[in-house]
Design a protein. Structure first.
Lengths: 324, 324
């Protein structure tokens, strides 16, 4: 079944002379790496390729080969064949169906289980750790040689979506593909350095303040980190720079639940993480947010101190239940 | 050649009824994981197995299946067949040749290029990212089924020695083996959590103080972190707990050289790291220490403030040279 679909998609791409690739807003390593890997592969086949993303490229992905070819304007005119990469639906691309010609051929390549199968050909494999894995298979099907540039993009796609082969979406096939990508001579040490190892000073300063305001509560099972409005203002940091800081609280020995509370404008944005059994989605949903069992978030419209107290109380109650 | 040696070693192990395994002092994930993986495999073949390490098991490895079987006393009596795992020489095991019977059969399994080939059969493969890779091959040769327990140990061995598939010793074969180990149903998310994700509170507190005392110098190219005697005393932390903190300074954007200065007793212990071109070994050697180009260390016998100034001056000079 997947084989038939895969071959159909490859066949349509082989026939096309122009192809536009689209990837999702707030781009990450998987969508950019997969798009660039596929774009370079299609160029190698002599196609005219247009790669679109409505948002700027995250700074840690600026090293990717071909990244300068990404455009933030829509193609004019649109090619007949549109390839959507790592997008669950058209809204994720900042596009509506009226934005492109009605006779477009929509190819949909994705690994999200929630994919809306919005394409004419939908190659959606939720077993794949990253869309980069499926892009790898498509490139193989197209018979394109894995250049170092293509492999660097696909390796980055897989590396970022698996947290360096750590997240539970990683499979033995993930490792097999990573190994084959390495055989094309990529400098994977340099990729790791670019992707993970370059912390903006403002982020380290946020961490410093976060640690200074860290509380370990509920007999060491709950770690709560706080960032005040003044912290962001004094550093001149965007809220998004706080991403990942919560892991310093989550990975503390003995901690089961971690929270990061960010005072943003007049509300408190709460990120929640757990390690082994605690369902943070339940807590987040209770406050009108959501997510998964191990990672969720919500927004509280109240002063910071009140939010801290409310959260501590709710999580303590749930921790007590969980142990019983 | 390796094939012949590998088969010889497998043959000797198959013939043996009792085997003792030895691994090196200051044990790490590779030596403990490889030893346990091999030990469990030999037990599965019905051998009587004795596993020895002279030091305690690091706390992040306490979850490894079979770890309770490790002994800190030498076997009495010694078996005929002694298998040394991940040891460059006998000194690394805290053993001298007089400590065991002269008619012992010494099997030497290692991946260090500096291995002294001290065994009767030496299977030394410096291309392997970890001794765990070679142990995997030996277990395959022995025809033992990869149980979940064996695979957990070997995966941990490879994971720790490659820094989660990041270090330059990682090869496509490393990924291939990791994939095959995953197929035996290991809980690799749990392994990552145990190995990497459990920070003692004292360590996070050292980081907090380190960040509060971080200086970014030399136009952002040099980041210097300081920990005072009083920091260690107030936290009740060993000096060794400061390990790894320097990476927060090294990975700062724009930084080429990082230093961590620890005030220990009456001296200053200096750790040095660089990212791309700066030779920290040269700096360390200049002060009577040593190491590698990217990681080195030395000890300065002077007050902390004096050490900071001297280091800054030396590194600024070297940075200026490097740029010219």
């Amino acid at each position: 079944m997947t084989n038939r679909i895969a071959n159909q998609m490859a066949e349509e791409l082989r026939k096309a002379s122009r192809v536009a690739l689209f990837s999702h807003v707030s781009p990450d390593g998987d969508c950019i790496g997969s798009t660039l890997g596929l774009g370079l592969a299609l160029e190698a086949l002599g196609k005219e390729v247009y790669m679109y993303n409505s948002d700027p490229i995250p700074r840690n992905l600026g090293f990717l080969p071909g990244v300068k070819k990404m455009r933030t304007e829509l193609p004019a005119p649109f090619p007949k064949v549109l390839l959507f990469v790592d997008c669950t639906d058209l809204q994720r691309v900042n596009l509506e169906s009226g934005d492109f010609p009605a006779d477009s051929l929509i190819l949909n390549l994705d690994h999200h289980i929630s994919n809306q199968n919005f394409g004419h050909i939908n190659w959606v494999d939720s077993q794949a750790s990253a869309t980069g894995e499926i892009a790898y298979e498509l490139i193989r099907l197209l018979g394109v040689k894995l250049s170092q540039d293509i492999a660097t993009n696909l390796y980055t796609a897989i590396l970022t979506d698996t947290g360096s082969f750590k997240y539970s979406n990683t499979t033995s096939k993930t490792h097999q593909i990573a190994g084959e990508l390495m055989d094309s001579g990529i400098d994977f040490g340099d990729i790791h350095h670019h992707v993970f190892d370059r912390t903006p000073l403002a982020k380290l300063e946020l961490l410093r303040r976060g640690l200074n305001q860290l509380q370990v509560l509920a007999q060491g099972q709950f770690a709560m980190m706080t960032l005040h409005k003044v912290d962001f203002e004094e550093i001149g940091a965007e809220e998004s720079l706080g991403e990942g800081l919560i892991d310093h609280a989550r990975t503390l020995e003995g901690v089961e639940v971690a929270a990061l509370l960010k005072e943003v404008n007049a509300v408190i944005r709460v990120s929640l993480r757990s390690n082994r059994w605690f369902d943070v989605n339940k807590i987040a949903s209770h406050f009108g947010g959501g997510g998964h069992k191990r990672a969720a978030g919500c927004t509280l419209e109240m002063p910071l101190e009140e939010a801290k107290e409310l959260l501590l109380q709710t999580i303590e109650e749930e921790l007590a239940l969980g142990r019983s």
